[in-house]
Design a protein around this ligand. Structure first.
Ligand code: IMP
Length: 175
Protein backbone atom coordinates (compact mmCIF):
# COMPACT_ATOMS: atom_id res chain seq x y z
CA UNK A 1 0.00 0.00 0.00
CA UNK A 2 1.47 3.36 -1.07
CA UNK A 3 1.45 6.32 1.31
CA UNK A 4 1.09 9.52 -0.66
CA UNK A 5 1.00 13.03 0.75
CA UNK A 6 -0.36 15.88 -1.35
CA UNK A 7 0.62 19.53 -0.82
CA UNK A 8 -1.63 22.09 -2.57
CA UNK A 9 0.36 24.19 -5.06
CA UNK A 10 -2.07 26.13 -7.32
CA UNK A 11 -5.64 26.86 -6.26
CA UNK A 12 -8.73 26.32 -8.37
CA UNK A 13 -9.32 30.09 -8.49
CA UNK A 14 -5.75 30.80 -9.65
CA UNK A 15 -6.20 28.23 -12.44
CA UNK A 16 -9.54 29.68 -13.59
CA UNK A 17 -8.23 33.28 -13.51
CA UNK A 18 -5.20 32.36 -15.60
CA UNK A 19 -7.32 30.39 -18.08
CA UNK A 20 -9.53 33.44 -18.57
CA UNK A 21 -6.46 35.54 -19.42
CA UNK A 22 -5.10 32.97 -21.88
CA UNK A 23 -8.56 32.56 -23.44
CA UNK A 24 -8.75 36.31 -24.07
CA UNK A 25 -5.29 36.36 -25.67
CA UNK A 26 -6.16 33.39 -27.93
CA UNK A 27 -9.46 35.01 -28.90
CA UNK A 28 -7.67 38.20 -29.96
CA UNK A 29 -5.08 36.24 -31.94
CA UNK A 30 -7.35 33.71 -33.67
CA UNK A 31 -10.65 35.54 -34.20
CA UNK A 32 -11.80 34.96 -37.83
CA UNK A 33 -9.13 32.30 -38.49
CA UNK A 34 -9.68 28.66 -39.40
CA UNK A 35 -8.68 26.98 -36.11
CA UNK A 36 -8.50 23.43 -34.76
CA UNK A 37 -8.02 23.15 -30.98
CA UNK A 38 -6.28 19.88 -30.16
CA UNK A 39 -6.70 18.32 -26.73
CA UNK A 40 -3.71 16.15 -25.85
CA UNK A 41 -5.11 13.24 -23.89
CA UNK A 42 -5.25 12.17 -21.26
CA UNK A 43 -4.03 14.83 -18.87
CA UNK A 44 -5.31 18.00 -20.56
CA UNK A 45 -9.03 17.20 -20.92
CA UNK A 46 -10.00 19.41 -17.97
CA UNK A 47 -7.77 22.33 -18.97
CA UNK A 48 -8.96 21.96 -22.57
CA UNK A 49 -12.66 22.10 -21.69
CA UNK A 50 -12.25 25.13 -19.43
CA UNK A 51 -9.96 26.96 -21.88
CA UNK A 52 -12.08 26.51 -25.01
CA UNK A 53 -15.07 27.94 -23.13
CA UNK A 54 -13.04 31.12 -22.57
CA UNK A 55 -12.30 31.47 -26.29
CA UNK A 56 -14.76 33.60 -28.16
CA UNK A 57 -14.02 32.46 -31.71
CA UNK A 58 -15.15 29.78 -34.11
CA UNK A 59 -13.02 26.63 -34.00
CA UNK A 60 -13.11 22.87 -34.33
CA UNK A 61 -12.09 20.52 -31.52
CA UNK A 62 -10.05 17.37 -31.91
CA UNK A 63 -8.30 14.87 -29.65
CA UNK A 64 -4.87 13.29 -29.75
CA UNK A 65 -4.22 10.36 -27.41
CA UNK A 66 -0.68 9.79 -26.19
CA UNK A 67 1.04 7.88 -23.47
CA UNK A 68 4.59 8.23 -22.22
CA UNK A 69 4.49 7.97 -18.43
CA UNK A 70 4.51 5.18 -15.87
CA UNK A 71 4.22 6.36 -12.26
CA UNK A 72 6.34 9.51 -11.98
CA UNK A 73 8.89 8.52 -14.64
CA UNK A 74 8.76 9.39 -18.33
CA UNK A 75 9.45 6.32 -20.46
CA UNK A 76 10.99 8.63 -23.06
CA UNK A 77 8.82 7.04 -25.74
CA UNK A 78 5.71 8.74 -27.05
CA UNK A 79 3.00 6.38 -28.29
CA UNK A 80 -0.03 7.61 -30.26
CA UNK A 81 -3.09 5.88 -28.81
CA UNK A 82 -5.70 7.97 -30.67
CA UNK A 83 -5.09 10.07 -33.79
CA UNK A 84 -6.87 13.24 -34.93
CA UNK A 85 -10.15 12.69 -36.74
CA UNK A 86 -9.71 15.50 -39.29
CA UNK A 87 -7.17 17.04 -41.63
CA UNK A 88 -5.24 20.01 -40.24
CA UNK A 89 -3.79 21.05 -43.59
CA UNK A 90 -3.86 24.87 -43.94
CA UNK A 91 -5.50 25.20 -40.51
CA UNK A 92 -4.26 27.09 -37.47
CA UNK A 93 -3.66 24.42 -34.84
CA UNK A 94 -3.75 25.24 -31.13
CA UNK A 95 -2.15 22.38 -29.19
CA UNK A 96 -3.51 22.25 -25.66
CA UNK A 97 -1.24 20.34 -23.27
CA UNK A 98 -1.40 19.80 -19.51
CA UNK A 99 2.31 19.97 -18.71
CA UNK A 100 5.66 20.34 -20.42
CA UNK A 101 8.21 18.41 -18.35
CA UNK A 102 11.21 17.07 -20.31
CA UNK A 103 9.64 18.55 -23.46
CA UNK A 104 9.90 15.20 -25.29
CA UNK A 105 6.15 14.76 -25.78
CA UNK A 106 5.36 18.24 -27.06
CA UNK A 107 8.36 18.22 -29.41
CA UNK A 108 7.30 14.83 -30.83
CA UNK A 109 3.71 15.99 -31.32
CA UNK A 110 4.86 19.23 -32.90
CA UNK A 111 7.04 17.40 -35.43
CA UNK A 112 4.32 14.87 -36.19
CA UNK A 113 1.69 17.56 -36.82
CA UNK A 114 4.09 19.87 -38.70
CA UNK A 115 4.38 17.14 -41.34
CA UNK A 116 0.61 17.45 -41.97
CA UNK A 117 1.13 21.00 -43.29
CA UNK A 118 -0.98 23.17 -41.00
CA UNK A 119 -0.91 26.94 -41.52
CA UNK A 120 0.49 27.37 -37.99
CA UNK A 121 0.90 25.51 -34.69
CA UNK A 122 0.57 27.35 -31.37
CA UNK A 123 1.29 25.52 -28.13
CA UNK A 124 -0.54 26.21 -24.88
CA UNK A 125 0.41 24.38 -21.70
CA UNK A 126 -1.16 24.77 -18.28
CA UNK A 127 2.11 23.91 -16.51
CA UNK A 128 5.76 24.12 -17.46
CA UNK A 129 8.77 22.70 -15.60
CA UNK A 130 11.64 24.72 -17.14
CA UNK A 131 14.30 23.02 -14.97
CA UNK A 132 13.23 19.56 -16.16
CA UNK A 133 13.18 20.37 -19.86
CA UNK A 134 15.72 18.51 -21.98
CA UNK A 135 15.22 20.38 -25.25
CA UNK A 136 14.68 24.01 -26.22
CA UNK A 137 11.01 23.77 -27.25
CA UNK A 138 9.20 26.96 -26.21
CA UNK A 139 5.43 26.82 -25.62
CA UNK A 140 3.85 30.15 -26.67
CA UNK A 141 1.42 30.22 -23.75
CA UNK A 142 2.19 28.92 -20.26
CA UNK A 143 -0.33 28.94 -17.42
CA UNK A 144 2.18 28.50 -14.61
CA UNK A 145 5.89 27.69 -14.42
CA UNK A 146 6.63 25.30 -11.57
CA UNK A 147 9.71 23.61 -10.09
CA UNK A 148 10.89 20.10 -10.84
CA UNK A 149 8.21 18.40 -8.75
CA UNK A 150 5.58 15.79 -9.64
CA UNK A 151 2.09 17.27 -9.53
CA UNK A 152 -1.46 15.95 -9.76
CA UNK A 153 -5.00 17.26 -10.01
CA UNK A 154 -7.03 19.18 -12.55
CA UNK A 155 -6.68 16.29 -15.03
CA UNK A 156 -3.12 15.27 -14.11
CA UNK A 157 -2.71 11.86 -12.54
CA UNK A 158 -0.33 9.67 -10.61
CA UNK A 159 -0.97 6.12 -11.87
CA UNK A 160 -4.54 7.15 -12.74
CA UNK A 161 -5.20 8.65 -9.30
CA UNK A 162 -6.07 12.24 -8.30
CA UNK A 163 -7.21 13.46 -11.74
CA UNK A 164 -10.44 14.89 -10.37
CA UNK A 165 -8.90 17.19 -7.76
CA UNK A 166 -10.04 20.71 -8.75
CA UNK A 167 -6.60 22.18 -7.90
CA UNK A 168 -2.95 21.29 -8.53
CA UNK A 169 -1.05 19.55 -5.74
CA UNK A 170 2.50 18.34 -5.35
CA UNK A 171 2.97 14.61 -4.69
CA UNK A 172 5.19 13.37 -1.93
CA UNK A 173 5.52 9.62 -2.05
CA UNK A 174 6.31 8.54 1.50
CA UNK A 175 7.34 4.98 0.66
P1 IMP B 1 7.36 15.26 -21.13
O1 IMP B 1 7.41 14.50 -22.40
O2 IMP B 1 8.44 14.80 -20.18
O3 IMP B 1 7.39 16.77 -21.31
O4 IMP B 1 6.04 14.87 -20.37
C1 IMP B 1 4.81 15.27 -20.78
C2 IMP B 1 3.72 14.38 -20.23
O5 IMP B 1 4.13 13.67 -19.06
C3 IMP B 1 2.56 15.22 -19.82
O6 IMP B 1 1.65 15.37 -20.87
C4 IMP B 1 1.97 14.45 -18.64
O7 IMP B 1 1.03 13.52 -19.10
C5 IMP B 1 3.16 13.72 -18.05
N1 IMP B 1 3.72 14.44 -16.88
C6 IMP B 1 4.88 15.12 -16.80
N2 IMP B 1 5.07 15.66 -15.60
C7 IMP B 1 3.98 15.31 -14.88
C8 IMP B 1 3.57 15.59 -13.53
O8 IMP B 1 4.23 16.29 -12.74
N3 IMP B 1 2.37 15.08 -13.16
C9 IMP B 1 1.59 14.31 -13.99
N4 IMP B 1 1.94 14.04 -15.24
C10 IMP B 1 3.13 14.53 -15.68
Amino acid sequence: MEHIKLSPLITEQQILDRIKEIGEELTAKFKDKDVVCVCILNGSFMFFSDLIRQMDCDFKCDFLGLSSYTGTQSTGEVKVTLDLSQSIQNKHVILIEDIVDTGTTIEAIYQMLRARKPESITTVTLLHKPEAQKNDFKPEYVGFSIGNEFVVGYGLDYNQQFRTLPYIAQVQNLN
